[in-house]
Design a protein around this ligand. Sequence first.
Ligand code: SF4
Length: 172
Amino acid sequence: MSAPPNTKPKLAVWKFASCDGCQLTLLDCEDELLALSEAVEISHFLELSNTITAGPYDLSLVEGSITTAADRDRIRAVRAQSRFLVTIGACATAGGIQALRNFADIDDFLSVVYARPEYIDTLATSTAISAHVPVDFELRGCPIDRRQLLEVITAYLAGRRPNIPDTSVCTE
Ligand code: SF4
């Protein structure tokens, strides 16, 4: 007799240009991670496992900024497979420290840093995920807050908006 189909919501975690710190925040949720892994199918999370389940995914968490043409194509493919897409951390929500390149000439950087800059394939800018695809929610921080991350995941699995204050606007 074959096993019953897995009906758990599918969670995917994706990395773009970043330091991995925000993904590690999820791994730091030691106690809650066990309960989470029982509530969802962790379908794509390369920091955790090389086992990948094909999409579509119910919730995608995206870390990192877009800095190459290949990543620009990849985030569109991720969006197409994701019911909800949440960006996590300053790299994904604002371009990160690597967005300093946006205020200078990328060719100047390449010629100073690399012996053979012709081998480097990069965009002139580092940009937020929301500059390329629609984003359902942006979780800010560097790194993100562990409890806020759990709230985001719990909220989307329950079909509600995360109860997290919008810190994108300074009111003072
Ligand atoms: Fe790392 Fe900060 Fe970017 Fe998160 S936001 S991936 S902690 S640099």
